[in-house]
Design a protein around this ligand. Structure first.
Ligand SMILES: C[S@@+](CC[C@H](N)C(=O)[O-])C[C@H]1O[C@@H](n2cnc3c(N)ncnc32)[C@H](O)[C@@H]1O
Ligand code: SF4
Length: 392
């Protein structure tokens, strides 16, 4: 059935976020395929910061006034930045848009003691939430993951974060080599005892073009098989829910009300600007939505921004169907699911009712009392297949 399309790209009073990508790390972890680079000779940080300021100005000139409700410094390792650089970037965002008084301003930090020593400076610069990459509380696993910190150092960094920021979260990677249900139970319970309101728990993914991929292909890195990975996922849900930290997204757990507001903006299909090398954005200009990407290589991005004001390499107007599929893809990751009416408003047709009915029968999706469509607890491990089934 074709329905009349209303423009729902622009939702009145929708939140607007800014993502700032800092692409440098002290070393490259063998599992990681993020846009992160090691520069043993150091970098000209002040020059990079000027380029971030220019790219913010150019993006603001393009989209006009916005009120910023969340900012996220991600990486790479933004905790390698000087606090004064963080402040300069925040000042530029506030100058060209406007940061609301209660904005969530997060920074991703690696939990080494050197980086934790900068936390007070970040707080003074305006950061009010940190997300720490703890990854594991087991020293052997940390070594295997190529991390530069021990479990004790990570716990010390968590304690520093707790004493400085009103909000903090940390990441763990599970479904690691040799991990059992018992060892993960002990590790997760220990982590929950250290957590405040939010935890990100990612299953180890073997990403192409990483050293782990080569090792795995050569049979030198065994990860849990599908059944054990599924059991580890179910166990994670059980332990976290029991501890008052249910999943609000497939890998993210929070006390109700303490969800990461920034990530919710992505998953709920709202607008965000991406600043820095390799940053992605979704911008609403007039009635249209644009997908943006910038040059990934830091030095090439820098030269491009210095020459043109922007590091843009992709700037594509999305079709209504693409907007709707993205809404499905992102929104179904959330425990709250999606509003079918918004899907209709985006692309002018319903999600195929027959496919929805089959997934309902299989127990992979459900419709809530207020009409939202969401993936069930048992459907979540099959999320990719569910989305592929529903997308146009
Ligand atoms: C941008 S990364 C890291 C931030 C920070 N540089 C760090 O390492 O602590 C964000 C998170 O993604 C997760 N991650 C990265 N690669 C992963 C992979 N291959 N499998 C599972 N989780 C991964 C890690 O938990 C990491 O903390
Ligand atoms: S996991 Fe973090 S520290 Fe390691 S390479 Fe990726 S971004 Fe850098």
């Amino acid at each position: 059935m074709r329905l009349n399309m209303v423009n729902m790209t622009v939702i009145p009073n929708a939140p607007f976020a800014v993502y700032v990508h800092w692409p440098f790390c002290l070393s490259k972890c063998p599992y990681c395929d993020f846009n992160s680079h090691v520069r043993h000779g150091g970098i000209d940080e002040a020059r990079f910061v000027r380029a971030y300021e220019r790219e913010i100005a150019a993006t603001a000139a393009r989209i006009g006034k916005r009120t910023v409700s969340s900012i996220f410094f991600g990486g790479g390792t933004p905790s390698l930045m000087q606090p004064s650089s963080v402040r300069a970037i925040l000042d530029a965002i506030d100058k060209h848009w406007r940061i609301v008084a209660d904005a969530e301003i997060s920074l991703e930090a690696n939990p080494t003691s050197v980086e934790a020593s900068r936390f007070r400076g970040y707080r003074a610069a305006g950061i009010n939430r940190v997300s720490l990459g703890v990854q594991s509380l087991d020293d052997t696993a940390l070594k295997e993951l190529g991390r530069l910190h021990t479990a004790q150092e990570a716990l010390d960094a968590v304690a520093v974060a707790r004493s400085i920021f009103e909000r903090y979260s940390f990441d763990l990677i599970y479904a690691r080599p040799r991990q059992t249900l018992d060892t993960w139970t002990a590790e997760l319970k220990r982590a929950i005892a250290e957590a405040a309101e939010h935890l990100s728990l990612y299953q180890l993914t073997i990403e192409p073009d990483t050293p782990f991929f080569g090792l795995h292909a050569a049979g030198k890195l065994a990860v849990p098989d599908e059944d054990l990975a599924r059991d580890l996922y179910d166990l994670t849900q059980f332990i976290c829910t029991d501890a008052g930290l249910p999943a609000y997204e497939i890998s993210n757990h929070a006390r109700p009300g303490a969800e990461c507001r920034h990530n919710l903006i992505y998953w709920r299909g709202h607008e965000y600007a991406g600043i820095g090398p390799g940053a992605h954005g979704r911008l609403n200009i007039g009635a249209r939505r644009y997908a943006t990407e910038t040059e990934r290589r830091p030095e090439s991005w820098l030269i491009r921004v210095e020459a043109t004001g922007s590091g843009s390499t992709v700037d594509e107007m999305l079709t209504p169907g693409e907007c709707a599929d993205e809404y499905l893809l992102m929104g179904l990751r959330l425990a709250e699911g999606i509003e079918p009416a918004r899907y209709v408003a985006l692309c002018g047709r319903e999600i195929d009712p027959q496919r929805v009915a089959v997934l309902h029968e299989e127990g992979a999706v459900e419709t809530t009392a207020d009409g939202r469509l969401r993936v069930t607890q048992s459907g979540f491990p099959l999320l990719d297949a569910v989305v592929a089934d529903l997308a146009a």
